[in-house]
Design a protein around this ligand. Structure first.
Ligand code: IMP
Length: 184
């Protein structure tokens, strides 16, 4: 396979070991006999979701899927133009979440806009609680404060990541490890 210039940041083995730990933690927190609606945020979280689900030891897990799109919006604030990240739901849930646990499974928390939107969205639907799991947290680029309950890995430097569900122009999602694109 031809890849853009990049280096491995987390290998397939590291991903598997860490995701197994997260699954055990989620099981301990949420396996109380009540339904757990696990929501995969398409498309980037799909491989993380598939692997994480195998490590949640509960007969109450149900799967659902959402697709969101984000767009930058120019906004005039006090005479100055600013950009704000807006999120739109383009494919909604099929399951009801009322009276159930919700576990949102996201690929990357970057600005925080997507996760902030989803937490609010599910809290408004009267879930018992809303937990967020993410594969990669990028705290340096946060624009809105968000609580992320389960973080597989944190990246403490600016980087563009591909592989294991994450794309560059829709490509490279099928790589089994996480790569950082490098410019030099
Ligand atoms: P947000 O800015 O926290 O709302 O994140 C929006 C989305 O941007 C994430 O769900 C990812 O799909 C995408 N994203 C952010 N950083 C990267 C990256 O390094 N590689 C691939 N996608 C990214």
């Amino acid at each position: 396979m031809n890849l853009p210039k990049s280096k491995v940041v987390f290998s397939a083995e590291e991903l598997n070991a860490r995701i197994k730990e997260l699954g055990a933690q989620i099981t301990a927190d949420l396996n109380d006999g009540k339904p757990i609606v696990c929501v995969c945020v398409l498309r980037g979280a799909v491989l993380f979701f598939a692997d994480l689900m195998k490590y949640i030891d509960s007969d109450q897990v149900v799967f659902d899927f959402v697709t969101l799109c984000s767009y930058e919006n120019a906004l005039a604030v006090g005479g100055n133009m600013q950009t704000t990240g807006k999120i739109k739901l383009i494919q909604d849930m099929r399951e009801s979440v009322e009276g159930k646990h919700v576990l949102v499974v996201e690929d990357i928390v970057d600005s925080g806009n997507t996760v902030a939107y989803l937490r609010q969205y599910f809290e408004n639907k009267n879930a018992i609680d809303v937990k967020i799991a993410c594969l990669l947290d990028k705290p340096m680029t946060r624009k809105v404060p968000v609580d992320v309950d389960y973080v597989a890995f944190t990246l403490e430097r600016p980087a563009y990541i591909i592989g294991y569900g994450l794309d560059d122009d829709q490509k490279y999602r099928n790589l089994n490890a996480i790569y950082e694109m490098v410019t030099d």
